[in-house]
Design a protein around this ligand. Structure first.
Ligand code: ADP
Length: 479
């Protein structure tokens, strides 16, 4: 089984968020489970020099893109035992940002076509499956059928498209369809791209792919409803027999409190974890008080993350005997609110307004609770990382949060976190109060909860096996 995993970011090459983390760890898990997987991504100028220098040029050729013929350098390297291909084109990928450039449609249109053109140039590797991810690669199933259907090399290749976040769809004007992509003027293709009076890359990808997955079973069913469907709920419902939800895993080597180089004190038990909290409190300028529950937020500050709920109840939270540490950057409305409350409560709250990987690990190791009250959450890695570090997640029951957090049962002691159902600030407040109440009990219930969380299994192993089953089913259709 040979899989070409196509993704716009993969750690350690490039990572802007959860997608890059998945791109870094999922292929490793496939490989461990016997899949011959290779990864292909753009060669952004931001990729570290030592990785770029390890890469060797395999081929150079011209990629058709509408009337254009654009240069492509196909580079390859082996890293951590995985075979990577990098698509090199300075004009498209030597930019300050990975996304958000004025010509993203053309940049990723080029990337998609270049991937397909590259398959001819691979040595000793003919993929059976092209596993695509999000709108940045959603044109691959389209181009495969529209441009390569008579090419013998491609005839038995199957496509799978994973939706990591339905909110990002790649919506562009029609001139991209004609001028950049050079797709047919009428017919099925035209209809499949059409979205109101513009085009939608993800919509077309969903309609062309042989199978669709998303990153949790709950999200797979949520997106068939208007509240979560981002206006694609009808086509997702129509495709529901081809749509599967598989929960992501996390990289258990990177997130391992026993070996983590970033944290203050490494640990394998809840009792040892406790040494981390005073050190973070000191570093953040908070009073060193082991008995005060430390609530952490480690998040992009965007509406998806449900921070409106938190901001709404900040006065009540600050009135409790707790400490709060927020690490996140994003929209000014949230940054300003957290800055305001941190300024008002110097002895209770700290706000760090940038992205800092090492500090994030320290937060997970030190925190008692991690808040993830998302409005929607396709999978969410934050709550899984928190659990691995014995920090108890407090989440809203949506998407992958619902599929990974088992609410604490005060009668049996079972569970690994706390959760609430409705998008309502006072439900969040009640749940925080409830968690703080259990934390303060003079019993060992909190320790049991933390140990449960640390023992929960969110390794890639289980998810990789489910993907392999899907790949197998796809290939069986051929025989
Ligand atoms: P999303 O991909 O929607 O941002 P996920 O929960 O899937 O959400 O992944 C977020 C990842 O980014 C987690 O590993 C989290 O620890 C990390 N992260 C978020 N904000 C920051 C930050 N300011 N500094 C460091 N890491 C962060």
């Amino acid at each position: 089984m040979r899989v070409l995993y196509v993704i716009s970011e993969a750690d350690p090459f490039i990572k802007t968020g959860g997608l890059g983390e998945v791109g870094g760890s999922f292929p490793l898990a496939l490989k461990k489970n016997g899949v011959e997987v290779r990864v292909i991504l753009p060669m952004y100028s931001k990729i570290a020099l030592e990785l770029k220098e390890k890469a060797a040029l395999l081929a150079s050729f011209k990629v058709p893109l509408g009337w254009r013929r654009q240069y492509c350098g196909l580079q390859e390297l082996i890293h951590r035992d995985v075979h990577y291909y990098l698509i090199d084109n300075e004009y498209y990928f030597s930019r300050p940002r990975v996304y958000g450039e004025y010509d993203d449609a053309e940049r990723f249109g080029f990337f998609n076509r270049a991937v397909l053109e590259s398959i001819h140039r691979f040595s000793n590797f003919k993929p059976d499956i092209l596993h695509c991810n999000d709108w940045h690669t959603a044109l691959i199933p389209v181009m495969l059928k529209e441009f390569y259907s008579s090419d013998l090399l491609f005839i038995n290749i199957r496509t799978l498209l994973t939706i990591h976040n339905l909110n990002y769809q790649g919506i562009y004007p029609w001139e991209i369809y004609f001028d950049v992509l050079g797709l047919p003027e009428a017919g099925l293709c035209y209809q499949r791209f059409s979205f109101k009076d513009v085009i939608n890359f993800l919509k077309a990808g969903i309609l062309y792919a042989d199978r669709i997955t998303t990153v949790s079973p709950t999200y797979a069913s949520e997106i068939q409803h208007p509240y979560y469907g981002e206006e694609l709920e009808c086509i997702l419902t129509a495709k529901k027999d081809l749509l599967t939800g598989i929960l992501n895993g996390i990289d258990y080597e990177r997130y391992n409190p026993q070996t983590d180089p970033y944290i203050y004190n490494r640990y394998g038990s809840y009792a040892q974890k406790l040494q981390n909290k005073p050190k973070l409190q000191k570093d953040l300028g908070l009073p060193v008080r082991p008995e005060a529950p430390l609530l952490a937020v480690i998040s992009r500050l965007v509406p998806q993350k449900g921070l409106d709920l938190l901001v709404h109840i900040m006065p009540q939270i600050m009135a409790m005997d707790v400490q709060m540490a927020v690490l996140g950057d994003g929209e000014a409305q949230y940054e300003n609110s957290f800055r305001y409350y941190a300024g008002l409560n110097l002895d209770k709250m700290s706000f760090i307004d940038y992205y800092d990987e090492a500090l994030a690990h320290k937060f997970y190791a030190a925190a008692d609770m991690v808040l993830v009250p998302s409005r929607y959450e396709p999978c969410g890695l934050t709550q899984m990382i928190a659990m691995r570090y014995g920090a108890i997640p407090i989440v809203r029951e949506t998407g992958g949060l619902k599929d990974s957090v088992i609410p604490f049962n005060k009668f049996t002691g079972a569970g690994n976190g706390f959760s609430f159902a409705n998008y309502n600030a006072h439900e969040l407040l009640y749940t925080v109060q409830n968690a703080v109440g259990v934390f303060r009990e003079k019993s060992s219930r909190w320790e049991t909860l933390a140990e449960n969380a640390m023992r929960s299994d969110f390794s890639w192993e289980r998810s990789a096996k489910l993907y392999i089953d899907l790949y197998t089913a796809l290939l069986e259709q051929l025989s």
